[in-house]
Design a protein around this ligand. Structure first.
Ligand code: THU
Length: 130
């Protein structure tokens, strides 16, 4: 999948987002080193706390299908601001891909690119426990 196709896959997931409370849809497309792509959207809940972000939906789909080797993720939102990953998602992505490329899109389709170490410096990961 090309970079533009990966971005389009994340944007397409905005329509799948279940966001009756925040009205803030997020779409994600997570690419693995073998080219496999897992998409995700945010899924909210009336009890609020069980809400899962788009990025973690994509990671859950990937890991449960046997994929852990992630190379980049596109995160799409509809607001003026670039949709950056929340702190919890940064930590979850860190578990599997400490050097992940993170492409954040705003509603106009403009992008800002980060690396995970930029967004989560001095991070805690699995190697601390080995
Ligand atoms: N959200 C995501 O899906 N990803 C993020 O990294 C930021 C926040 C969702 C969670 C919630 O459904 C809505 O955006 C508002 O916080």
């Amino acid at each position: 999948m090309t970079r533009e196709e990966l971005k389009a896959a994340a944007v397409a997931m905005l329509d799948r987002a279940y966001v009756p409370y925040s009205h803030f849809p997020v779409g994600a497309a997570l690419e693995c080193s073998d080219g496999t792509v897992f998409t995700g959207c945010n899924i909210e809940n009336a009890s609020y706390t069980p809400t899962i972000c788009a990025e973690r939906t994509a990671v859950s789909k990937a890991v449960s299908e046997g994929h852990r080797d992630f190379v980049r993720i596109v995160i799409a939102g509809r607001s003026e601001d670039f949709c950056v990953p929340c702190g919890v998602c940064r930590q979850v992505l860190r578990e599997f891909a400490p050097d992940l490329e993170i492409i954040c899109l705003n509603g106009a389709g403009e992008e800002r690119v980060f690396t995970l170490p930029e967004l989560l410096p001095h991070s805690f990961g699995p190697e601390y426990l080995l």
